[in-house]
Design a protein around this ligand. Structure first.
Ligand SMILES: Cc1cc2nc3c(=O)[nH]c(=O)nc-3n(C[C@H](O)[C@H](O)[C@H](O)COP(=O)(O)OP(=O)(O)OC[C@H]3O[C@@H](n4cnc5c(N)ncnc54)[C@H](O)[C@@H]3O)c2cc1C
Length: 361
């Protein structure tokens, strides 16, 4: 017999926090989400969604909304030194979207489920008894407190959990662009360009709507000149002449990141849980970090409504999900390390350049 009106306070209205909030709200929980930013925003241009993300959206009842508002690239091509190396056709295995679109879908799902989302509300600490501390000094007690505050989260320290943060060798700049006017068909493919002539460089071109695409421009993190925002087209077009028309377009949005991994000794302590990148950030080398985050968040909502005993639910959730998420994280780290531009041309079969979830046909 599940008790009614459980309460949750969630720090962070990113994809993971919103997915959990929607899942709990739909199951009768009273949920408040605190977002530090002044508005609900998802930076980074576009995003790949595949089986884990599809599953989570289906559970939340929003897979059709997502399908209608996202894009299905025709496939995934790998180019090396200007030559096509492999082409894998997509048969509904992955879709792309503007990040903001997925963010809006999850925020709508949460609000429709009765969740209150407070922007400009920064969490500064947690207590394992189930208390969230806000910047304005307010203490918010709940049956469950959740840190969903992303890769920069420091909440685990207050819970006595150990936290390994690995920063990988490469740096990335993401650029969101208008892609109108490109020849149709050909540019509806995702195209992963690697250049090993001169400085090793990569640009992943991803169409993420009919009108938009984003570029992930990658080089060794030591290559500070190429990683400045906005990126200088003159430093990238010699290696990627086929992208010159795009590289000269004015970016709608730019963002710099390093590949990083977070590994915690546990995802919960007392009445506090951690979800998403705060718990298990991983390099975006297989483009699944957000997929895994929202799946894991929905799984937590399921576990919490399967029993009255919150402690038992948190333990069951970790026992079920941790082995798979750890394995996904190791795969992402292996891909990031074996394809590291910092280390030069990889000493592996070049087909390994293609993440397994993109090898669709
Ligand atoms: C270059 C790159 C490309 C990627 N591409 C993909 C991809 O194609 N597919 C994929 O599945 N994954 C991808 N990922 C991974 C994905 O972006 C993350 O896994 C996902 O965004 C994690 O979501 P989150 O909600 O845990 O964290 P975040 O998205 O970081 O959200 C955290 C939220 O918490 C808020 N916050 C922070 N601190 C506080 C605080 N103290 N109080 C209140 N609020 C706070 C922030 O403002 C933010 O809104 C990529 C990552 C990178 C770096």
């Amino acid at each position: 017999m599940v008790q009614s009106m459980r309460t949750a306070e969630i720090a962070g209205a990113g994809l993971a926090g919103l997915a959990l909030a929607a899942g709990l709200g739909q199951r009768g929980w009273q949920v408040v989400v605190h977002e530090a930013g002044p508005v609900l925003r998802s930076g980074g241009g576009g995003l790949y969604l595949s089986r884990d993300g599809f599953w989570a959206l289906d559970q939340l009842g929003h897979s059709e909304t997502f399908r209608r508002s996202s894009f299905e690239p025709r496939g995934f091509e790998t180019w090396i030194n200007g030559r096509l190396h492999r082409a894998h056709e997509n048969h509904g295995v992955f879709r792309t979207t503007l990040r903001q679109n997925l963010h809006n879908i999850l925020a709508d799902a949460a609000r429709t489920a009765g969740v209150e989302i407070r922007t400009g509300s920064r969490a500064t600490g947690v207590d394992r008894a189930g208390v969230l501390l806000l910047e304005d000094g307010t203490l918010r007690a709940a049956d469950l407190v959740v840190a969903a505050d992303g890769v920069g989260s420091r909440m685990s320290a207050a819970l006595g959990l150990t936290r390994d943060h690995i920063v990988h060798d490469d740096g990335l700049v993401r650029v969101l662009l208008d892609r109108t006017g490109l020849p149709p068909g050909e540019w509806d493919w995702s195209k992963d360009f690697w250049s090993y002539e001169g400085t090793p460089l990569r640009i992943l071109y991803s169409p993420c709507s009919v009108d938009h695409c984003y570029l992930v421009m990658m080089t060794s993190a030591e290559d500070a000149v190429r990683l400045t925002l906005p990126p200088d087209p003159a430093l990238w077009t010699p290696a990627f002449p086929e992208l010159a028309p795009l590289l000269h377009r004015a970016p709608k949005e730019t963002r710099f990141d390093r590949y990083g991994s977070i590994r915690l000794s546990a995802w919960a302590s007392g009445r506090v849980a951690l979800v998403g990148d705060a718990a298990h950030a991983m390099p975006s080398s297989h483009a699944r970090g957000a997929n895994i985050s929202i799946r894991n968040a929905v799984k937590l909502a399921h576990a919490l409504t399967a029993t009255d005993d919150i402690d038992a639910a948190l333990a069951a959730w970790q026992a079920e999900m941790r082995p798979a998420v750890d394995a996904d994280q190791r795969e992402a780290e292996h891909l990031a390390a074996s394809r590291s531009l910092h280390r030069g041309r990889p000493q592996i079969d070049l087909d390994e350049l293609v993440p397994s979830n993109m090898k669709t046909a």
